[in-house]
Design a protein around this ligand. Structure first.
Ligand code: ADP
Length: 438
């Protein structure tokens, strides 16, 4: 492997990690990728679009352009321009000279640069079977895109395609959840007699989440197998496989959380209580979030009381509670911030807390963050479902504990919960358990 190739692989691994940290947000993945890919080859203009099944753009991004009418621009570009050729041919196309190549000259006026060259890349799913969209990079120099540059950009396009595929999956999940919510809110408002039962909605959602677990598990198993097949000395391929495994595990946790949310809301008791070591569970939870924490140069500390009693819990569920809280802490804390995870013995059992030095939560909203679908809407807020803390509250209360938050705007937040030693089965109907916050 030549030096240049090694540099390229290192860049690709970093690029993949950067996309992974865009929190499954399609728009920000597309924007970040287009910016990095433009910079990589020293170009100054780029455009990328994701299309729906009818060929209409759903997400677009432009680097180095200022347009009055983007909608018309994209329609022309997709139907007639280089992007159209890439989408149609499903392959990389290099335009060596944009002032003479007919595939370029039919571009809308806004895109006609005086001279230069361009490359168009298809954005495909990880198995390369489905086309998600296309990306074009333009350079003012004629014949600029050599085979090596084209090769690197194509590899980056493949990494981007895989990241987009994951993010579009999460986006579809969010939209489906929102669609169900809307449908049921409308149904309620109109006193729709056909859909009277909240239980039906819950069963439907639970079915979807349940069905999602198997394919996710298959992906995870295949990736682990792939890691073993690749074998040998550690290479960029291993890094990429690890990244894909982490993403799949993150999605599995999300889906399991959604499933638990539906079950617990339906009043189902916890089935898998076993004696568990809380310190072990906490250390593991922190390790699962560590890539996000390291990416933001945050410092995480674990402080554990040496005399913690053993508790009877569903360790997997409680670990997902902690992962949720630590992920939230990392998401809402700026680069270089501090996150502290503590476990202390208290009268009723164990108290676990996750503190951060992040944005904090305004006073009137602190109790509401545990409500389903509630999200504090402020600028540049990280994207999410607004379900994480609702799951945390249901899971903790189903264990007979309580959860609360203390927070100061711009100073940070501490989310804490208790796990009782003497297990009292939670009430049968979780819906009647009121929110308890300090
Ligand atoms: P999501 O993170 O998916 O939006 P959550 O239920 O986990 O949903 O959180 C609900 C809201 O609570 C978030 O949108 C955010 O505004 C706020 N929040 C949660 N954790 C923190 C934190 N550590 N610091 C500041 N705000 C937070």
């Amino acid at each position: 492997m030549g030096l240049e190739e090694r540099g390229r692989d290192a860049w690709l691994a970093k690029f993949a990690a950067t996309l992974h940290h865009q929190q499954f947000d399609v728009a920000s993945i597309l924007r970040t990728a287009a910016t990095h890919m433009t910079e990589l080859v020293g170009a100054n203009q780029a455009g990328a679009a994701i299309l729906d099944e009818h060929g209409s753009p759903t997400h677009t991004t432009l680097i180095g352009y200022h347009l009055d009418d983007e909608a018309e621009f994209w329609t022309t570009l997709i139907s007639q321009g280089l992007m159209g050729f890439v989408l149609h041919g499903r392959r990389v196309i290099i335009v060596r000279n944009i002032s003479t190549d007919p595939r370029w000259s039919s571009n809308p006026k806004a895109l006609v640069a005086a001279s230069g060259s361009a490359i168009g890349l298809p954005l495909r799913t990880a198995d390369r079977q489905a086309l998600l969209g296309a990306l074009i990079v333009i350079h003012p120099q004629i014949d600029y895109f050599t085979a090596l540059k084209a090769n690197t950009l194509e590899a980056a396009g493949d990494v981007l395609g895989a990241a987009l595929e994951n993010a579009l999956f999460v986006e579809a999940l969010q939209q489906r959840e929102a669609a169900y919510r809307d449908a049921f809110e409308r149904a309620e408002a109109e006193r729709n007699t056909l859909i009277r039962d909240e239980g039906l909605r819950r069963d439907l959602s639970a079915m979807i989440y349940h069905d999602l677990r198997n394919p996710l598990q298959n992906i995870n198993t295949s990736l682990s197998g792939l890691g073993r097949v690749v074998g040998g000395e550690r290479t960029v391929a291993h890094d990429l496989i690890d990244l894909a495994i982490r993403s799949t595990q993150q999605m599995t946790r999300m889906v399991k959380g959604l499933l638990d949310l539906e079950r617990l809301e339906g009043g189902k008791a916890i089935m898998n209580r076993k004696p568990a070591s809380v310190p072990h569970l906490l250390s593991e939870a922190v390790e699962l979030v560590r890539p996000i924490i390291d990416y933001s140069d945050q410092v995480v500390t674990l402080e554990m009381d040496p005399n913690l009693p053993t508790v009877l819990i569903d360790a997997d569920m409680v670990q997902r509670v902690v992962v949720n809280l630590v992920e939230n802490a990392a998401k809402h804390t700026p680069t270089g911030g501090r996150i502290t995870v503590k476990a202390a013995a208290v009268e009723e059992g164990i108290c676990v807390s996750v503190s951060d030095t992040g944005s904090g939560i305004p006073a009137g909203l602190r109790e509401r963050v545990f409500d389903k679908f509630f999200r504090v809407r402020y600028q540049n807020a990280p994207s999410g479902f607004g379900l994480g803390l609702a799951f945390c509250r249901l899971a903790v209360e189903a264990h007979g504990g309580r959860i609360w938050v203390e927070s100061e705007v711009d100073r940070g937040s501490t989310f804490a919960f208790t796990l009782p030693v003497n297990v009292k089965e939670a009430t049968q109907d979780m819906r009647r358990v009121p929110a308890r916050a300090k």
